[in-house]
Design a protein around this ligand. Sequence first.
Ligand SMILES: Nc1ncnc2c1ncn2[C@@H]1O[C@H](COP(=O)(O)OP(=O)(O)OP(=O)(O)O)[C@@H](O)[C@H]1O
Ligand SMILES: NC(=O)c1ccc[n+]([C@@H]2O[C@H](COP(=O)(O)O)[C@@H](O)[C@H]2O)c1
Ligand SMILES: [Zn+2]
Length: 290
Amino acid sequence: MAMEDPDRKTEVVLLACGSFNPITNMHLRLFELAKDYFHETGKYKVIKGIISPVGDAYQKKGLISANHRVTMAKLATKNSDWVEVDDWESCQSEWLETLKVLRYHHQKLLSADVTNSLQHTVPITKLGRKRKQEPNRHEPVKKKNQSPVVKSVPQVKLLCGSDMLESFGVPNLWKLEDITEIVEKHGLVCISRAGNNVQKFIYESDILWRHKNNIHLVEEWITNDISSTKIRRALRRGQSIRYLVPDVVRAYIEKNRLYSPESEDRNAGVVLAPFQKHASDPKSSQALSN
Ligand SMILES: Nc1ncnc2c1ncn2[C@@H]1O[C@H](COP(=O)(O)OP(=O)(O)OP(=O)(O)O)[C@@H](O)[C@H]1O
Ligand SMILES: NC(=O)c1ccc[n+]([C@@H]2O[C@H](COP(=O)(O)O)[C@@H](O)[C@H]2O)c1
Ligand SMILES: [Zn+2]
């Protein structure tokens, strides 16, 4: 695609998909942990984080309306200068495979990049000639000048916890071809969650093992087991959730009385959308059996 510059860092956009029912401090920490990890490698630059709450059609038990979940995620990230919320996925009337969400965001960056380079196009040959005419040949050439033309599109990597990675092994939940394309074309960043053995999981899957260079495992040393399930449970019991979610999110939940025994019963007994969609597909039944 573009001219490779060994000094230039690969730009990465981190995409987190999930229910965010509701968003917690731990979800926000995932982004910080992943960004630190990539920057410490010296090879990547994380330019953006995207939170994509799942749509209502996912039909998970206890899932409250996407409208509230998106609003809370926006409130939670309003002080972040690099993490944003995208509601495209949640606005779709049907549930979408995570791969399609990754493709959409990659495509969006591609078209933004085309627009950008059309605005700044300088033929590469011209830049080459200009470089040779520079007076001091020993001075390092400023590669920065080339950026609008030769810049490559950022990679969009799926950011998740190890429970999501391990869900790849749940029969009928993921299509094998989707898992393959995610790890082959995009890449995965997985934050370890207490009680999960991700390395063994990767070892036991041929596909994940083959693409392990594109699966980044990030150890969370300051462990923190906040989950949305536990937040909803505390709320149902009238217990405090202060310091577990951003204060603006807590205030929004209280104002709108969002989580109750009734809301927890939403979608009770309903089959989760991916199971409905993939159950009859033989390719997905034993997604990672070897
Ligand atoms: N404590 C955590 N450590 C690592 N990853 C986490 C943690 N909490 C959530 N995640 C990750 O955040 C993403 C979104 O998760 P999700 O919306 O399901 O939140 P959750 O807290 O796990 O909610 P629930 O309890 O309802 O399953 C997933 O990739 C999940 O693995
Ligand atoms: N086949 C798939 O693409 C597939 C299957 C199951 C869950 N997912 C996604 O993973 C996330 C899981 O979120 P929860 O952990 O809240 O259920 C959601 O964004 C959901 O859309 C994708
Ligand atoms: Zn979860």
